[in-house]
Design a protein around this ligand. Structure first.
Ligand code: 5GP
Ligand code: MN
Length: 332
């Protein structure tokens, strides 16, 4: 029996299903998970969507996103749901450390585990694995999963809107990581009734004034360009977080502005968090920020978009990044 047939057989019976995605969920994490939740609910399965940490308010317009259970807020409820699950879907992450404190609970759970993901080098923690790093997004893979099961007839506008959010956020509105299936998926979602302009507007024209002011501060005061390495760095201090009252999601997308500069191919957004320093890395073409993240910052992701972290002082992390840069920016 192949993976699709195995899942299909499982879905023929009522299941206590849990969907889990990664900490600090982005548009693809929320969109793919919620799309799958809507899909599973068409079978009348019991479906709980669990998030390690809260979702950014920008996704609040999606139907039923407010039913998500957040581990940071109600850990006991999440633990109970994971224990009682018969089927756990892990979406948009490739290693259990991306779900923090829930990693052990998922490991210990007796449920059948199914991974749907598009990150490089997935860890083999699931029983059934749908991993395709050539996919633009996990949302694209969820659509393919539904199509492979020959269940496209179950598509609803709610499902489509959630999946469309995943597509446009992970591709920067179809600018990067695309393949022919990405556009086919978008076409199918639009045909199913998704108002693409409405979603684009909700996602990309929904900034608060303070977010634009923060972007201005980053570009005017916190950006350093290293032309010799075709690289740029923006950093934010803990004080910046206080001064601009930065909350979850406010810094989303800032790193991409560095790549707007002609000739710049590597971008780093380095932020001082309460206990760690977090890096958000982007690149163009053959330069792999995944290798930088994996080799030096205990992270990973995709070739052109990765993240990592370090337990060190902000200054030291910036220096470490500058030190390793020459190794990765040659032969561009
Ligand atoms: P972002 O920079 O938007 O936070 O993340 C970019 C990509 O890198 C995402 O696909 C995300 O899953 C991955 N990523 C971000 N932070 C980490 C991390 O700490 N560890 C790993 N393994 N991947 C990360
Ligand atoms: Mn993704």
């Amino acid at each position: 029996m192949n993976e699709i047939e195995e899942i299909k057989a499982l879905l023929d019976f009522p299941q206590n299903t849990v969907i889990i995605t990664h900490r600090n969920p982005d548009g693809d994490a929320i969109g793919s998970s919620l799309g799958l939740k809507h899909f599973l609910e068409t079978y009348n399965h019991n479906v709980k969507l669990i998030l390690p940490s809260e979702y950014p308010p920008v996704f609040g317009f999606l139907n039923k996103v407010d039913e998500s259970i957040v581990f940071d807020l109600v850990p006991d409820v999440c633990e109970e749901a994971i224990k009682n699950a018969s089927l756990i879907f892990c979406l948009d992450f490739n290693s259990l450390d991306r779900v923090d404190k829930m990693a052990q609970m998922i490991s210990d759970a007796s449920a059948k585990k199914c991974l749907i993901d598009h990150h490089l080098d997935p860890e083999p923690f699931a029983d059934i694995i749908f991993s395709d790093p050539t996919a633009s997004s996990t949302a694209e893979l969820v659509y393919q999963f539904i199509a492979d099961m020959e269940q496209e007839k179950r598509m609803t506008v709610d499902m489509g809107e959630a999946l469309f959010v995943g597509l446009i956020t992970d591709t920067g509105s179809f600018k990067y990581s695309t393949n022919p299936r990405t556009y086919n998926t978008a076409a199918k979602l639009k045909a199913a009734g998704v108002d693409d302009y409405y979603i684009q507007d909700k996602i990309f024209n929904s900034m608060q004034k303070k977010q634009l002011e923060l972007l201005g501060h980053c570009l005017a005061n916190r950006m350093e360009i290293l032309p010799e390495f075709q690289a740029g760095i923006i950093h934010l201090t803990r004080q910046d977080y206080k001064d601009f009252a930065i909350s979850r999601g406010d810094t989303e997308g800032i790193v991409n502005h560095i790549l707007m500069i002609e000739g710049i191919k590597i971008a780093a957004f380095i932020t001082e968090q309460p206990t760690i320093v977090k890096l958000s890395l982007r690149s163009k073409g053959d330069i792999s920020v995944q290798e930088i993240a994996r080799n030096h910052f205990n992270g990973g992701g995709h070739k052109n978009a990765s993240g990592g972290s370090a337990y060190a002082k902000l200054e030291d992390v910036i220096q470490r990044f500058k030190k390793v840069l020459p190794k990765y920016s040659v032969n561009v």
